[in-house]
Design a protein around this ligand. Structure first.
Ligand SMILES: [Zn+2]
Length: 342
């Protein structure tokens, strides 16, 4: 194994032949990161000199992005209600709040923070807003943050089990937990007066999910979440990722993409024959298994990559990784293809 510092692209293993559609996000990186051009529809507005964009979603609801992560906030008569605090946006969250508050003559003081879920990449700037704000989240978010004991993410003190209807400064915010999906504690944040739904780390509008279904813990819950999202009335979707807001069509496209991956994985599980891998590798069982799993993944991912290249940005980059993940869930969660020895 040699490290290739010239390419700046991480680890290369000499002599390793990587199939074109092998899963990315595993230990071995391809030395060729060339990927299909991204559709312009995947991109959002330009960032300012500080590296963020802030815009109105509807009424007094605003969203902030650094092009990769998203946060949102409401300016109310009781202060600012922040929805997530991604560390990559960091201090730009307060800059965005200041900019909007100054323009509207509203208070720029963040008084409430609602966590979508416990993950550090969406909550790691929480401590910037001090100890005295009201933190709200699912009871499992509290438990997980107590476990993680990260000073950057103080656990929420106000928690709920299934639903919590908030009214802050006259604005309604409806929180609901519909079971685990991306994480065990990921919630739906509905703003009925703003025609908006925030659901983080499920649908990345315009983009394929990042590796392994957005690094999801519960694949059946992740696959079901877009259906649940579409049962709510809303026009504006805040997905927590990338540079633009989403539409109902974005959620439907993502739902179809995941359904296509599951269908294609079932077909591949039905048709790819493991025999030759076990014949070739003999008693080296894990190498045979590895070859077989790579073959099913590549077979299942190929038609999905073809269908979604040019539709969802980076479909060519991450579809194989998500297909591997979904295919394992079909086997392990749903028992697909499981056979009892005669
Ligand atoms: Zn997450």
């Amino acid at each position: 194994m040699t490290e290739d510092n010239d390419s700046g692209r991480g680890l290369r293993i000499q002599g390793f032949e990587r199939p074109a559609s092998a899963p990315r996000c595993d230990a071995v990186e391809s030395n060729d990161r060339a990927s299909a051009p991204i559709p312009r529809s995947a991109l959002g507005p330009a960032l300012n000199e500080h590296g963020y964009y802030v815009g109105r979603v509807e009424g007094n609801l605003y969203w902030v992005t650094d092009g990769t992560y998203q946060s949102a906030f409401l300016t109310t008569s009781d202060g600012v209600v922040l929805l997530d605090a991604p560390p990559t946006i960091g201090h730009n969250i307060q800059r965005a709040v200041d900019e909007i508050a100054a323009a509207n003559g509203a208070s720029n003081e963040v008084t409430h923070l609602i966590y979508s879920h416990h993950h550090a990449d969406h909550a790691g700037a929480s401590s910037l807003f001090g100890r005295n704000i009201t933190r709200i989240g699912h009871e499992q978010t509290r438990n997980l943050l107590l476990r993680d004991d990260d000073p950057a993410r103080p656990p929420p003190e106000e928690t709920f089990e299934d639903r919590l209807a908030l009214e802050i400064g006259g604005d309604r915010i409806e929180l609901a937990w519909h079971g685990s999906n991306h994480s065990p504690d990921n919630i739906f944040i509905h703003l009925p007066d703003h025609d908006a739904l925030m659901l983080v780390d499920v649908v990345n509008p315009g983009w394929a999910p990042v590796c392994q279904s957005n690094l999801t813990e519960d694949v059946p819950g992740f696959i079901e979440a877009p259906d649940t999202a579409l049962t709510y009335p809303w026009k504006h979707f805040i997905g927590g990722h990338m540079g633009r807001l989403g539409t109902r069509e974005d959620v439907a496209t993502h739902r179809q993409y995941m359904a296509d991956i599951a269908d294609s994985s079932r077909k591949a599980l039905d048709t790819v024959d493991p025999t030759r891998y076990f014949v070739t590798y003999g008693e080296n069982t894990w190498t045979a298994v590895s070859g077989y799993l790579d073959a099913i993944t590549a077979t299942a991912a190929a038609p999905v990559i073809e269908k979604y290249t040019g539709v969802l940005a980076a479909a060519d980059v991450f579809t194989a990784s998500t297909t591997f993940h979904v295919m394992q869930s079909l086997r392990l969660d749903l028992g697909y293809g499981s056979q009892v020895h005669p």
